[in-house]
Design a protein around this ligand. Structure first.
Ligand code: NAP
Length: 270
């Protein structure tokens, strides 16, 4: 993906610019560092915004003010807001305020709606990264049993839509599924399993169907170590393909942010 983007940027003879809202969390700092590194490698200009107020306190008004500024700026082609947003912000208002043509995470209602009709111009970076990884296996998805664990707006739901678009028979599991004691049943059937729950080792290796494709989106810090939502070592014995954490979905997602920035640039340039 990096090489393809490099070639495309050379052909465009342009340096798209991405504006990123960063928040003070550890996850946001790690993500921001990775985004800066990828942008520098590709020649994409990147600008981070952090609250300048004492203690990094953030207000809805200042975030909205910056979004409006970036919306107006013809030199800014993409806007990305790190998630989860701090509790003092209203995520729905913020999503709706971003110019849909600059919305590189596909969170504006117009972009979410286009995804529903399989007509997305720019989609959720994590969901697209998941699909990129699945498709890199070369396994055709039509008719496969796909199980998604987690139904958040930025990962679980968009992934399930994209799997449906590929004619996978798609089941979405969530907290209710687990509380009803049904998670294992669904996971055992999965030819393709995408887990985005943010619960360390939620999915037991023994549940994995032999030959399955496992995409572990989860990022959890346990005793100072980053782990996913799947028992990696045990699951690896049964899966045909499995993404590690760290080093699996994360780097592909960062590259997808860059790809979406280039897409947004092309969209604005017509
Ligand atoms: P989120 O908004 O907290 O959503 C978590 C989802 O998991 C919810 O739909 C929740 O269901 C479900 N869930 C929670 N506990 C469960 C359980 N015991 N059994 C089944 N489902 C359960 O999180 P998110 O933003 O989607 O992120 C999920 C994970 O992916 C996090 O660890 C996050 O750090 C990671 N992430 C990684 C990347 C990357 O690039 N690698 C990108 C984004 C996110 P209910 O709503 O019903 O409670």
């Amino acid at each position: 993906m990096k090489e393809d983007l490099r070639v495309e940027l050379q052909a465009l003879k342009a340096h798209p610019r991405l504006g990123v809202f960063c928040f003070g969390t550890q996850a946001s700092s790690v993500y921001w560092a990775a985004q800066q590194k990828a942008a520098a490698e590709l020649g994409i200009e990147i600008e981070g915004w952090r609250s300048q107020r004492p203690g990094n306190a953030i207000t809805q008004e200042e975030v909205e003010g910056k979004i409006e500024e970036w919306n107006r700026a013809c030199g800014v082609h993409g806007i990305f807001v790190h998630q989860p947003m701090p509790p003092e912000l209203d995520p729905q208002r913020i999503s709706a305020l971003i110019d849909p043509r600059k919305d590189v995470e596909g969170i504006h209602p117009q972009n979410s709606a286009r995804r529903f009709f399989a007509k997305a111009r720019i989609g959720s970076c994590t969901a697209l990264a998941v699909m990129e990884l699945i498709e890199s296996t070369g396994v055709a998805l039509a008719g496969k049993e796909a199980v998604v664990v987690g139904h958040s707006e930025i990962v679980g739901r968009p992934v399930s839509m994209l799997l449906l678009d590929k004619l996978a028979t798609t089941t979405v599991c969530h907290l209710g599924t687990d509380q009803a004691g049904r998670l294992e049943d669904h996971v055992r059937r999965a030819d393709v399993l995408v887990v985005a729950a943010g619960r360390p080792q939620l999915i037991k290796g023994a549940w994995i169907k032999t030959g399955a494709i496992i995409i572990d989106v989860g990022i959890n810090v346990v005793a100072g170590h980053v782990v996913g939502d799947v028992e990696f070592e045990a699951a690896k014995q049964r899966a045909a393909f499995i993404t590690p954490v760290p080093g699996g979905v994360g780097p592909v997602t960062v590259m997808m942010v860059m790809k979406n920035t280039v897409e947004a640039f092309k969209l604005q340039r017509g």
